[in-house]
Design a binder for this molecule. Sequence first.
Ligand code: MLT
Length: 276
Amino acid sequence: MTQNGADEGMPEMITLAYADSTPDLVLLLIHGFPLSSRMWEPQLAELGYHARVIAPDLRGFGDSEPVDGEYMMAELADDCMALLDALGLDGPIVVGGLSMGGYIALELVRQQPDRFAGLILSSTKAGADNDDAKSGRDATIAKVAADGIDPVVAGMLPKLLAEATYESDPDLVDEVEDILRASSVEGTMGALAAMRDRADSTAMLPTIQIPTLVLHGTADRVIPHAEAEAMAAAIPGARLVLIDGAGHLPTLERPEAFNAAVSAFLGEIAATLDEA
Ligand code: MLT
């Protein structure tokens, strides 16, 4: 030991610059109804270069706790932000949502327009439910209360994917059914109420100031791609990517095309943040 306490033969401590493979940018991916984070598996596997990807299971879905009662979009949005807070992630966030997840992403941007570095809207729309759609939600809630998740699986499974996928990729159909069946009765009923009561986001679209990517499958039979075209036209500077042949779940049906578009978008945002 020398007098100043440094071990002989040990290098002098200096400050090193370093590269870190965990990016600062967070990509928060919010799933659709009645799905879970499993619908983002190809994105969790591939998009980690530009952003740390966090995909929650919303309350009552996947492995998250079922909570009784009617949910509100604002609550589902708060749950996602509480998760990021609990993980200590207070840096820049790109928020992305598919279908119901898109309704939640729009709710987040409405609540905290300055909190996000980018927005991704997939297979979703800005408008609220009309009276017929609201009655349909109530009828489905009553069916789920009486018969469990089966009526929702029977109603949604045949239209979630592009028509051709049911013949060409039966394994994917089984996988999607498995994801649907993992949804709790509480979560399904709660989220149906949240979708029924959601705000109309059409008027806020021209006020969105952050880079926005709108993605939609050309063979989506749940929400027509005209909705994506209308949103992209209304959001200043938004980029529209239509994914050929994909149905309502392009994340699983055309992961290469979906990931390529998101990766390019994240790369541009990451570059802007590096410059700042
Ligand atoms: C979804 O895929 O999240 C839902 O079908 C959207 C909706 O029912 O409005």
